[in-house]
Design a protein around this ligand. Structure first.
Ligand code: FAD
Length: 409
């Protein structure tokens, strides 16, 4: 039974936490809401940090999820610059880094994820950077510009976006990747090849199959990235983008079930009925694949914020969504729907040379995922096909003279 007067405490004022606070009010929750955030600013969007914002095409206000007055106007007690340290589930309290304790009726853990730090020599040198927060992005931006050289460790989406932004700012960029191809963990080979070629056309250089063993420095500042083959790649700054790990320690220390992320159900509820977990920190079910996993995307943060806010306010559970995300590099818009689980074949639609194509990942005759480059219809219809599990004809899918609408019939 939901209680409209319950005190909801949200740990983490990021995309998921900020959205959950706003939705609770929108859905009619009347009780107190406390939003506790470690960062000094109100909830904001992270995607522009490696894209428009880094290139100077977006300002701090445009990053904000809501204007800062929104929280006071909606009776949301937003506490910035404060870290939640521990949860006492018996007493239903959270200890904060400023020595206070906040009691809750319902708790939402929305603590996100943090960049993986490579445990190697020189990791603490000035100029060895990460990209998760607005503060990180500020430091990275200050390190870029004509005559500067950025070494990006890790050929994933964030690293590639940062390399594209570095080029736009006139800096040189070299991407160092351990695997023999870019985006090895997250994209198919056609996409890896496409992005490598596209970046090379824009002046980015690559070291693939290269193991980073340390950072070299002078006077406490990074000057190069050392590789296992003995070479040192010179740079003025090194951006480490080798993945993120969930900030789930506060949950696991409180005895909540965790599996590289806080385990939740389709209401975003944890093993404790009074505690929810949402966003990058949550390990969640995805019924279309019959699996549990953790996602790092804005649409996932929004979907789970909706799930939790609906459950708390007694609304019907929102309809399940097909996961999706995007990446912007130069004039390329990549849209991805689904995940390529148990895939047995790929279908290419369009021509990579035209920078307008899509790769469909199939299990039998069902679409499991689609990666679409500058191809919104392929993305949209592909996403629908993933959600409704309709069988498709491989021949029609590969034939660009057959419209996506017809393919999906
Ligand atoms: P976050 O937004 O990280 O928020 C978590 C907050 O909790 C942080 O402010 C953190 O400081 C705070 N916190 C942590 N521990 C505590 C604690 N103990 N007490 C109090 N506060 C705490 N997704 C896309 O879909 N498309 C993109 O193009 C895209 N680009 C991205 C580019 C960059 C550079 C980054 C970093 C991410 C990008 N993402 C993108 C991912 C997306 O931003 C995340 O999935 C989303 O922000 C997750 O929201 P969240 O609220 O779970 O986590």
């Amino acid at each position: 039974m939901n209680d409209v007067t319950a005190h909801v405490v949200i740990l983490g004022a990021g995309h998921a936490g900020g959205t959950a606070a706003a939705l609770l009010r929108q859905y009619g929750h009347e009780g107190p809401i406390t939003l506790v955030g470690e960062e000094p600013i109100a909830p904001y969007q992270r995607p522009p940090l490696s894209k428009a914002w880094l290139k100077g095409e977006a300002d701090a206000d445009s990053l904000a999820l809501k204007p800062v007055e929104f929280y006071a106007e909606n009776n949301i007690d937003f506490r910035s610059g404060v870290r939640a340290v521990s949860i006492d589930r018996g007493k239903k309290t959270v200890a904060l880094s400023n020595g206070e304790a906040v009691s809750y009726d319902i708790l939402i853990i929305a603590t996100g994820a943090r960049p993986i730090v490579l445990p190697i020599e020189g990791k603490d040198l000035a100029g060895v950077l990460f990209l998760r927060t607005a503060e990180d992005a500020e430091k990275l931006k200050a390190a870029l510009g004509p005559g500067k050289r950025l070494a990006v460790v890790g050929g994933g989406y964030i690293g590639l976006e940062a390399a594209a932004s570095a080029r736009a700012l006139g800096a040189e960029a070299v991407v160092i990747e351990r695997e023999p191809r870019l985006l090895a963990r997250v994209a198919c080979e056609a996409l890896s090849t496409f992005f490598k070629d596209y970046h090379e056309k824009h002046g980015v250089t690559f070291e693939l199959g290269a193991e980073v063993t340390g950072f070299k420095g002078e006077g406490g500042h990074v000057t190069g990235v050392a590789l296992a083959d003995g070479r040192v790649i010179a740079c003025d700054a090194a951006l480490v983008g080798v993945g993120a790990r969930p900030n789930d320690e506060i949950a696991s220390e409180a005895g909540l079930e965790c599996a590289r992320g806080v385990v939740v159900n389709l209401e975003a509820r944890t093993s404790d009925p009074a505690i929810f977990a949402i966003g990058d920190v949550a390990h969640r079910p995805m019924p279309i694949y019959g699996r549990m996993f953790r996602m790092e995307s804005v649409p996932n943060a929004l979907e789970q914020a909706k799930q939790a806010a609906s459950a708390i306010t007694g609304r019907p559970a929102p309809a399940g969504e097909t996961p999706w995300q995007w990446s912007d590099q130069y004039d390329i818009k990549l849209q991805i729907a689904g995940y390529p689980f148990d895939v047995d074949s790929l279908v290419l639609r369009g021509d990579p040379k035209s920078a307008k194509f899509a790769v469909f990942h199939l299990k039998g005759d069902q679409v499991q995922a689609v990666e679409a480059i500058n191809s919104p219809p392929e993305f949209m219809m592909g996403r629908q096909l993933i959600g409704n599990r309709k069988p498709v004809s491989r021949e029609k899918l590969a034939d660009t003279t057959v419209s996506m609408k017809e393919v999906a019939l």
